[in-house]
Design a protein around this ligand. Structure first.
Ligand SMILES: NC(=O)N[C@H]1NC(=O)NC1=O
Ligand SMILES: [Zn+2]
Ligand SMILES: [Zn+2]
Length: 517
């Protein structure tokens, strides 16, 4: 009998240990799942993140905070940053399994790309919320702000914004704000514009030249003035595609004898004078935005500046006298120059066009000196048939660069060569665009901010080729295919959800729309 007890006892003890272990595991899981509280409208809770918990620490030797790089850890709870602690390996009283140690990788605020065309609803074959925001997540972009065109119908009223929001439901892998459109119809009927702004667009966008989209007609400077009087009340910006079509003599002379496959042919059709003409008209209006001026409260932002000569001088002068004006340029204007664009390679066609190397140098200087407020992608894809890659016809191909996924490595690969620091890059891609778009809770690794974070390795190089996981709808159209870039994105967090990890996305799309109040 005694013998039997001694034989069974260890087995019994083992059984008790097993049962206890699984019981504890379950209560541990239950404890975490009770912490998982996601934004309203999200019923796929546990699929929003590749992590099983909502309270955890990220540690690294290179965390970029508003005070500079630190070695230490960031405590995240319920989607927010609750502590930033200096000292690598010191995570307060955290449990070991709740610490994600990234070693030497850079932990930085996620990028905020306030100029992307996701083309949904209506032209989902061009891009779309799912593909566009998955590409964003894969590139460390944690917030996008979507343009009011090339979707159909364009976002120019409360009703069309509602269509956008409906189309975006459960399709956003990162958070997304929306720009509305300023077109003659709503500029001359301010109740439509009021409706659009009240419905939550972060500001409105207008074109001073044909937009290429029929239901997004261009505005004159008079429409713009009307729009600004309404925007002043809401303190939201007007963002402008600043080119005015001038039919110059040199332009018409060129018309007969031009080869549409040669990039210069296209470049010559959109000279810097087009940008200059538009900006001259705009600064004639922004003078009234000074404190005490008749348009106080209004703000004009010039999108995708390419011309770094007179256009930039006029913007600098307007800023000096106190106008409420700002300007962005895009990754591609800082990366490429017209001399390098091969004949027939319409992937590089955009408007305003990519200009010569001298222009690019001055643009880079302006970025380093702080005259350019922030950077964007102007991600504007289409379908391969309209990009005319086979024919290589620059004059007839769709104008728009496709590159959202590569904002970070492109800016860094070229930037590090011309003297851009990681601190500057982060301001240009996170803090400043957040402030511009009025998204106050994002753009910094600091207590109280959303835990929107990119973890990446600036030193790691990679080739963007057919074997590279490109999540854009039409990878072959991207201007960055075939380039070798520096800066590999490892992981991306959006409000604490690990939405992308080493090539894999969380299964549910838990990004939320950001609406202005
Ligand atoms: N409609 C549209 O997206 N246009 C954009 N494409 C481009 O190259 N410049 C633009 O403004
Ligand atoms: Zn534009
Ligand atoms: Zn655009």
């Amino acid at each position: 009998m005694d013998n039997f007890v001694w034989r069974v006892l260890p087995l019994f003890a083992l059984l008790v240990a097993f049962v206890t272990f699984f019981y504890l595991q379950d209560s541990y899981k239950a404890q975490f799942s009770s912490l998982i509280k996601l934004p309203v409208d999200n019923d796929n809770d546990n699929e929003c993140s590749l992590l099983p918990f909502r309270h955890y620490w990220i540690s690294s030797k290179r965390i970029l905070t508003p005070q500079g790089f630190i070695s230490g850890s960031v405590e995240i709870n319920e989607g927010k940053i609750v502590a930033v602690v200096e000292g690598y390996g010191k995570q307060g009283n955290s449990r070991q399994d709740e610490v994600i140690d990234y070693g030497e990788a850079v932990v930085m605020p996620g990028l905020i790309d306030v100029h992307v065309h996701l083309d949904e609803p209506g032209r989902t074959e061009w891009e779309g919320f799912v593909t566009g925001t998955r590409a964003a997540a894969a590139g460390g972009v944690t917030t996008v702000v979507d343009m009011p065109l090339n979707n159909h119908p364009t976002t120019v009223s409360k009703e069309t914004l509602e269509l956008k929001l409906e189309a975006a439901n459960k399709k956003l892998h990162v958070d997304a704000g929306f720009w509305g459109g300023l077109v003659p119809e709503n500029a001359l009927n301010t109740s439509i514009l009021d409706g659009l702004l009240s419905a939550g667009v972060l500001g409105v966008k207008s074109f001073m030249c044909p937009s290429g989209i029929n239901d997004f007609p261009m505005t004159t400077i008079d429409h713009i003035k009307e729009g600004l009087t309404v925007l002043a009340k809401y303190k939201r910006p007007l963002i402008v595609h600043a080119e005015i079509q001038l039919d110059s003599e040199s332009h018409s002379e060129l018309k007969d004898n031009r080869d549409p496959r040669v990039y210069l042919t296209y470049l010559n059709t959109r000279p810097p004078s087009w940008e200059q003409a538009a900006i001259k008209e705009l600064v004639g209006v922004t003078k009234d935005t000074i404190v005490g001026g008749p348009l106080e409260g209004a703000h004009v932002h010039i999108v995708h500046l390419s011309d770094s000569s007179l256009s930039l001088d006029m913007i600098k002068e307007a800023k000096r006298r106190g106008d409420s004006i700002s300007v962005e340029t895009c990754s591609h204007y800082l990366a490429f120059s017209s001399e390098e664009i091969p004949d027939g390679d319409t992937r590089f066609k955009c408007s305003p066009p990519i200009r010569d190397a001298h222009n690019r140098e001055k643009l880079r200087e302006a970025v380093l000196e702080g005259h350019i407020d922030f950077l964007t992608s102007d991600h504007s894809p289409t379908v391969p048939e309209l990009k005319l890659l086979e024919e290589g016809d620059f004059l007839r191909a769709w104008g728009g660069i496709s590159g959202l996924q590569f904002d970070l490595p492109v800016t860094w690969s070229y930037g590090k060569k011309y003297g851009l620091t990681l601190e500057q890059l982060s301001l240009l891609w996170s803090k400043k665009p957040a402030a511009f778009a009025g998204i106050e809770s994002k753009g910094a690794i600091a207590v109280g901010y959303h835990a929107d974070i990119v973890v990446w390795q600036p030193e790691v190089e990679f080739e963007v080729n057919e074997n590279y996981p490109v999540f854009l709808k039409h990878p072959s159209l991207s201007a960055y295919m075939g380039t070798r870039l520096s800066g590999k994105v490892l992981d991306t967090f959006v409000r604490g959800n690990l939405v992308f990890k080493e090539g894999k996305h969380a299964s549910a799309a838990c990004g939320v729309p950001i609406l202005a109040k």
